[in-house]
Design a protein around this ligand. Structure first.
Ligand code: AMP
Ligand code: ZN
Length: 116
């Protein structure tokens, strides 16, 4: 899939609707359309990167920025005290269905382990 057909690029470019909850120059977070927890957000870089496997050395700052954004978003949703989970699915066995790297941020209930 190219960036042109990518639904998360379309969301990042404002060409497709999403319930945005956080945005800065490089990062966007929005509600998952099929929530698996009371709070289920997707945190993406605005730059198209298809998966963790496609990350390049020059993306190092961006990845750190994504993680620090998730800390801010967790605070925004009052998740710090109870905790939450960050998930990144990669490829077929990982359950990846959208090939624009994204981190699921899940919270608001007690999450079981291991995942299914
Ligand atoms: P993954 O299976 O890790 O690739 O996760 C893709 C996630 O994107 C799933 O949890 C979907 O529910 C979610 N999703 C797919 N399309 C949309 C959309 N248009 N807006 C918000 N979330 C979406
Ligand atoms: Zn994309």
């Amino acid at each position: 899939m190219t960036a042109k057909d990518c639904i998360f690029c379309q969301i990042a470019q404002g060409k497709m609707d999403a319930k945005k909850v956080y945005e800065d120059e490089h990062v966007l977070a929005f509600e998952d359309i099929s929530p698996q927890a009371p709070i289920h957000l997707l945190v993406i870089p605005k730059k198209h990167i298809s998966s963790l496997l496609e990350l390049q050395p020059e993306d190092e700052k961006l990845v750190a920025h994504l993680l620090l954004s998730m800390k801010k978003i967790a605070r925004q949703f009052n998740l710090e005290e109870k905790g939450f989970r960050v998930v990144n699915n990669i490829g077929e066995d990982g359950g990846q269905t959208v090939f624009h790297i994204h981190f699921h941020l899940l919270g608001g209930r007690n999450l079981t382990w291991p995942p299914g």
